[in-house]
Write a protein that binds this ligand. Sequence first.
Ligand SMILES: C[S@@+](CC[C@H](N)C(=O)[O-])C[C@H]1O[C@@H](n2cnc3c(N)ncnc32)[C@H](O)[C@@H]1O
Length: 396
Amino acid sequence: MANIVSVYKNSSKREYVLTDKERDNYRQTSQDSRLAKSSAQLGLLESLHEINTPRLNPCALMPQIEGNKLRCLSLFSGGGGLDLGFDRAGYEHVASYELIPICKETLSSNRPQWNVFGGPDSGDVTKVDWTLYKGQVDVIHGGPPCQPFSIAGEQKGADDERNMWGEFIRAVNTIKPQAFVAENVLGILNPKFEQFVKVNILDKLKDYSVVKFEMNSSDYGVPQIRRRVFFVGFRGSKDFNKFEIPKPTHRWSPYDGLPKQGTISLFDSILGRTMGVREALGLADTKFDNLAPTIRSAFTGKRNTTSVLNSAAGQKTWGDMGVWPNGVQSNRQSASNFPAKHNHFRMSVQDVALLQGFPENWKFSGAVYQVLGQIGNSVSPPVAYQVAKNVAKALM
Ligand SMILES: C[S@@+](CC[C@H](N)C(=O)[O-])C[C@H]1O[C@@H](n2cnc3c(N)ncnc32)[C@H](O)[C@@H]1O
């Protein structure tokens, strides 16, 4: 792989300068890839892997709970990670608000009975008069855009125009639900944002007692390392005191055959086992499996990407597993028809969704890059489910 020399022209614009040799290499790689793709489309390549049948069923990680009569409102809904987790935890859906139109299509096609407001006219939370929802909502949930606090987004915090915490808080303070749940990237816990969190979040939520904590998707049966922060607030102090931060339900350990009697550790008998990527996707046992590195958010950074790769370290992990993190295909048939380098397994969007904890029956609308954007931006539904369940317990 060619080295890229990156030159900062100014703080907001990055320009790449390539040598002639590097440029030629890139040209060759993209030409090879185009050739391979068109041969695959014409059926000229022998399929190297069978169409996989996944072993992981994310619905089993979030068994449907009977209606709990709590009504939830979703802000910044994206492709519906939090929405689905709350749905499976038994909440009644009041409405979802989301700026990107394709996300509205995803939500509406999966749940035609939901009230989904999408697009710049009706889905933009900055334009909503929340007084309409007074007395109609028990819990507000949302993941305000994380770019202001993520390294990829340059961590500009309050100075980033994408900072939407103020809007989330405006909705909470106007509607005054019994509780709220907000999710964000780990970056928000960076000491440089301590003042931001105090002044712009906690101090503004005067009527709420708030707890913040971290969750990792792999602790809840999802085959991915994905660490996220949750802020959960309650209006009533009794409810707040009843709330329990979700405890891990699963633990990652490689599969090495069925456990022999008497060899199950105390830990494993209490916690379920999180599958690795190969096992979850139903691939052959190569004696090496692992958790997926954090799947990137494809709506940020390089546009229209069909890669889920987040870092150089991630590239090694995917490679060791024999799974190709680039050129994700729209379905399993096309993935099987388009062999990846080194005979690695090429993923479809359904595979990536599964590694994020979405069940097969949750269908994403849009082109591959848009689907990956929705998946990479989402809260793993089984994680959302655990938070939603414990909030409901506290409010009962
Ligand atoms: C981190 S994602 C949320 C993902 C979602 N919570 C899930 O679990 O799938 C943030 C979302 O906020 C949306 N967004 C940004 N600004 C918005 C605005 N002004 N109104 C509504 N949605 C907005 C983005 O389009 C993006 O989909």
